[in-house]
Ligand binder design. Structure first.
Ligand code: HEM
Length: 279
């Protein structure tokens, strides 16, 4: 597990301090995270839920993310945790101080962007294969959502190849993340779903913004397939939110909290992928 964040969070269940604040930075990613964690011996560390719920309540939500039975839908909680892990310059709801230049100041290179695209393809292909195999039966709910990206990335990489660029092999950020996802998908479904949500939703939000900036700077504004969806994106996202909410209805509070706790690792792994664009 490469990211410093992930390493330092590897043993949260063993600490017994009543309330511990952990500040963690994704390795050189600039995607630093800091989350208050309530540590309970022998039980999943519980994110300071009250604060999180307050944040979620203050968050402008897409209307359909509301709970099926009038309660707070789980996706709102996932989103609230994710938004807090952004830096203030990344998103309005971000709470972290920036530690890297804002996207607008990135100086991307084609080589770096290609490494990012190749690794992203591996990660999306891995997510798609996992839900197709559905080792856990309810993963099947997340097949063919319309958010899949590996085919689009394949086309984009072929376009780069035709432009005379050499397509690299996947590198450590991609291969490490892909094996971690494989492992989680077998052993820890709730944590796996956290990554599934963050990877797909991040790409449609900040990911798209980054794609646009990079295209302006080094691709003569060429719009890649990676950033195009068939149908209405907001509807595709809403369908997935509904499925996530539905699946989480059967989870215990501990399982939900465990899923939320994984968000930091998701940021750390994705941060390592993104950082390749400008290094
Ligand atoms: C430079 C990096 C990033 C930038 C600039 C960025 C920016 C943004 C922005 C502008 C939004 C929309 C906020 C809104 O709805 O008002 C957003 C949403 C979001 N981001 Fe990021 N983000 C970045 C990295 C990440 C990473 C690494 C993750 C997790 C792996 C992530 C996960 C999410 C999620 C889950 C949402 C909510 C999407 C939704 O509700 O549809 N972001 N981000």
């Amino acid at each position: 597990m490469a990211p410093a964040a992930a390493a330092s969070l590897a043993t949260p269940h063993t600490l017994a301090a009543p309330r511990v604040s952990v500040a963690v930075a994704g390795r050189n990613s600039g995607l630093s995270v800091s989350v208050g964690v309530r540590q309970v011996p022998g039980v999943s560390a519980v994110l300071s839920r009250r604060r999180m719920v307050a944040t979620a309540a203050a968050t402008e939500m897409a209307p359909a993310a509301k709970g099926e039975e009038g309660g707070k839908a789980f996706v709102e909680e996932m989103r609230a945790v994710a938004m807090r892990l952004h830096t203030k310059d990344q998103a309005r709801e971000g709470e972290k101080e920036p530690q890297a230049p804002p996207v607008a100041k990135w100086e991307p290179t084609i080589e770096g962007y290609l490494r990012f695209l190749v690794d992203s393809k591996l990660v999306f292909q891995t997510l798609e294969d996992i839900v197709d195999r559905a080792a856990v039966p309810w993963y099947a709910e997340f097949r063919n959502t319309g958010l899949e990206r590996s085919e689009q990335l394949k086309k984009d990489l072929e376009w780069f190849r035709q432009q005379g660029h050499t397509i690299p092999e996947p590198s450590a950020p991609g291969t490490t993340y892909a094996s971690y996802l494989e492992e989680l998908s077998e052993k820890d479904p709730q944590a796996f779903i956290c990554h599934f949500y963050n990877v797909y939703f991040a790409h449609t939000a900040g990911g798209r913004m980054i794609g646009k900036k990079v295209a302006e700077k080094i691709l003569n504004k060429k719009e890649l397939e990676f950033y195009k969806w068939e149908g209405t994106l907001s509807q595709l996202l809403q369908n997935v939110r509904n499925k996530l909410n539905q699946v989480a209805l059967s989870w215990s509070r501990e399982e939900k909290d465990h899923c939320l706790e994984e968000t930091e690792k998701s940021f750390a792994y994705s941060g390592d992928l993104l950082r390749q664009i400008f290094t």
